[in-house]
Design a protein around this ligand. Structure first.
Ligand code: NDP
Length: 286
């Protein structure tokens, strides 16, 4: 079997066009969706991610505001900046690029973002809402995975989904979103004994462990769907996922890296910003 490639770039393009057209409609009503991106320090990868997000905003007609702060900024100063952004009417979404320098407590910063502007979906209120199946901002990467599967016509209900990785931003929320769609979910992590035993039973494997080419053919059941969330560099500094290319010969569907989950993540950020802007309109009318 040779896996069908799930083209994240193509799905993202289609979704971004839909978002751009909804942004235009909102502008006709004098609402100009805006995203504030807070970047602390000079981390090269973070800068690249922020540039990509700004470019995607521009293309969708969303205003983006970059708040670049020095590496040594104090936690108090950062919290003050966020409080300002919470108040601004032209800012509908706030994203703080992670990771933050060690002297700043990530948890405190995330909790300072107004839940109505938390377009990353990391605030505990949004996480709690997601867990209880209420409307909320969904974390962009797992949300992007769900949209990809939906667009590809892959049924999730009743399937056994094995998630490899349990981070707060990818693995954990991914499992919850699959559960909300009636899948049976197994979480695996670094303390899991016999990973292969678990992944081999999966109809859908989500690899989000951050280890180059780690998931091999022996981990996968013939005909499974394999979602590769990983963004890594291999020993030649080449971009690669968490799933080895040989898996394409066993899986029915596979997401490529690059061009798979990555473009969907930014797309869902745009979607969440649009949603926040729409909700602000509803609030201002209430
Ligand atoms: P983290 O490092 O925060 O989490 C990695 C998880 O994988 C942990 O839960 C860890 O277990 C688990 N893990 C590590 N090694 C193993 C192993 N050998 N076997 C089983 N489980 C293991 O990573 P993130 O969740 O932030 O990111 C995961 C990957 O996804 C990275 O490559 C990252 O670059 C990429 N990423 C991609 C995005 C996209 O847009 N496509 C967005 C965000 C991330 P434990 O908890 O026990 O330590």
């Amino acid at each position: 079997m040779v896996a069908k490639v799930i083209d994240g770039k193509e799905i993202a393009k289609k979704k971004r066009q839909e978002i751009a057209s909804e942004v235009r409609a909102l502008k006709e009503e004098n609402i100009f969706p805006g995203l504030a991106v807070v970047l602390v320090g000079n981390n090269h990868a973070s800068k690249t991610y922020v540039n990509n997000k700004e470019k995607a905003c521009r293309e969708a007609g969303i205003e983006s505001f970059l708040i670049a702060l020095p590496e040594e900024v104090s936690q108090e100063e950062l919290l003050r900046e966020i409080a300002e952004l919470n108040k601004r009417e032209d800012v509908h979404g706030i994203l703080v690029q992670l990771p933050l320098p060690d002297h700043i407590e990530e948890k405190k910063v995330i909790e300072a973002i107004s839940p109505e502007k938390d377009v990353d979906g990391f605030h505990p209120l949004n996480i709690g809402r997601m867990m209880t199946g209420q409307d909320s901002f969904l974390p962009c990467t797992p949300y992007g995975v769900m949209v990809m599967l939906e667009e590809t016509g892959i049924e999730v209900s009743g399937k056994h989904v094995v998630i490899v990785g349990r981070s707060n931003i990818v693995g954990k929320p991914a499992g919850q979103l699959f559960l909300n769609k009636n899948a049976t979910v197994t979480y695996c992590h670094s303390r899991t004994k016999d990973l292969e035993y678990h992944t081999k039973q999966a109809d859908i494997v989500v690899a989000a462990l951050g280890k180059p080419n780690f998931i091999r053919s022996n981990h996968i059941k013939e005909g499974a769907t394999v979602i590769d969330v990983g963004i890594n560099r291999d020993e030649h500094e080449k971009l690669c996922g968490d799933v080895h290319p040989e898996v394409a010969e066993k899986a029915a569907y596979l997401t490529p890296v690059p061009g798979g989950v990555g473009p969907m993540t930014i797309t869902m950020l745009l979607f969440n910003t649009l949603k926040a802007a729409r909700q602000s309109k509803a609030l201002s009318k209430a």
